[in-house]
Design a binder for this molecule. Structure first.
Ligand code: F3S
Ligand code: F3S
Length: 113
């Protein structure tokens, strides 16, 4: 699947959402997440992002490798304050913004400048 990494944090341009044919890009509080259970690897989202936050999981920059696991955790582990897991809800149009992040992203230092 494709993965959204560090540059999306606190930017959340959302152009990627409009390009995804299966609507598998979901909105947290500080970042968006691609659902690896739903992404069909079409790659449309990659060029839509103005800050180059998106790449295929095999091509995520070495220093952002943790984002691969974190994108997956957003859907496969309970999020802070929730008992259930999101799983494959069939599109962000069905869920609306999720409004919370993984602990990893919630605690990520804000970018300076
Ligand atoms: Fe984030 Fe880029 Fe999408 S900033 S919301 S990954 S267009
Ligand atoms: Fe959608 Fe991007 Fe995957 S456009 S199907 S999230 S490669």
């Amino acid at each position: 699947p494709y993965v959204i990494a560090e540059p999306c944090i606190d930017v959340m341009d959302r152009s990627c959402m409009e390009e995804c044919p299966v609507d598998c890009i979901y909105e947290g509080e500080r970042k968006l997440y691609i659902n690896p259970l739903e992404c069909i690897d079409c790659g449309n989202c990659e060029s839509a992002c103005p800050v180059q936050a998106i790449s295929q999981d095999r091509r995520v920059p070495d220093d952002q490798e943790q984002f691969v696991e974190d994108n997956r955790a957003f859907f496969e582990k309970p999020l802070p304050g929730r008992d259930d897991v999101l799983g494959a809800p069939g599109g962000a149009v069905n869920t609306g913004p999720i409004g919370v992040d993984t602990d990893f992203i919630a605690g990520y230092a804000a970018k300076s400048g």
